[in-house]
Design a protein around this ligand. Sequence first.
Ligand code: KDG
Ligand code: MG
Length: 405
Amino acid sequence: MKITDISVFINCPNRNFVTVKIETDEGIYGLGDATLNGREMAVVAYVKEHIKPCLIGKNAHKIEDTWQYLYKGCYWRRGPVTMAAIAGIDMALWDIKGKAASLPVYQLLGGKSRDKIKVYGHANGKDIQETMSQLQSLKEKGYKAVRLQCAVPGMESTYGILGDKKDYYELQSSRSLPPEQIWDTTKYVNFIPKLFDEARDIFGFGIELLHDVHNRLTPREAAGFAKELEPYKLLFLEDPVPAENQSSYKIISEHTTIPIAAGETFNSIWDTKELIENQWIEYLRMAATHAGGITPMKKVADFAAVHQVRMAPHGPPDISPIGHAANAHLNIWAPNFGIQEFVGFGGDDMNAVFSHPLAFEDGYLTLSDKPGLGVDFDEQKAKEYPYKRAYLPVSRLGDGTLWDW
Ligand code: KDG
Ligand code: MG
């Protein structure tokens, strides 16, 4: 089966998504997600200008060889733009192989290890009371696990910690330049334990709770913060510090028993090496869209399993339904799957453009048996939603110093 064409679509049905379509001489086509929030156009150019010319006429069934060709063969390895571009191609090739075999992709990975995929949702309130009422409504919807974020008094506009009633992801879009927000570590670390104290008081220990620090602490600050959160028995504390220096996690894990998760921005198995081999984390957040697709994620999951690290893929609204489906096929297969982040899909506009094989039922995602990834993309409809440039916010300290995301 030969690759005859590769197209790249960039549309904004609520969020910007980069969609790769590979066509073949047997009439089967595959779809992949290559979305890189805030840097979408770099990936579009990478696929169109640098990948497409090399793959026309190549055998669509050679997924592994194509992955190696795009990774090792270009000399410049890794990086989010390269790996999102490779991910788009890799997912589309798995989609094609599944359709050709009339099997869902998870069957090609080794079959099901479970019937359904446990997910966690997000409660983001402007104050503790509002976060608690969001937690209550998620619980009523069936969620068994919820990530709690809350506006910290005195720094209301900080991303991920709401200052208004909008979902915090909306803060990333509809702005032509990156918004700048002020960060204050002292206010944050003094406040967040109160949030979990209240949640455990009201809801008890029958629901899993999580929290995302978004890389904002230093290793020792993070170790102290994690120790303070221990009584609240979080499922995990996410991204307490930036992970470029993996040994930062050694300091944290030597001081606390709270399970730590990291990795949503990783794009290579090498980014995980010390964290996993040393068992400094419990959960790995890598996801197919930013890690080069399904081919490397299968290897990453197997590597993590050797060290009892479980998979908890990144699942924000800035991953398209194709990326979510790719994660779902991996999740239903991976023996060491833990939990999937899932905050729902982006409403009518997104559903008009993408159909997908996932359904939320009582705190779990189910995955249909449609061949391939099970997603479809309406190219005509997508034209009604042109790309809108959007940026993630940046953080600064009160004195103007640029801070970690
Ligand atoms: O594009 C960045 C977002 O996807 C990210 O900030 C969301 O941290 C995030 C999470 O855990 O979902
Ligand atoms: Mg995160």
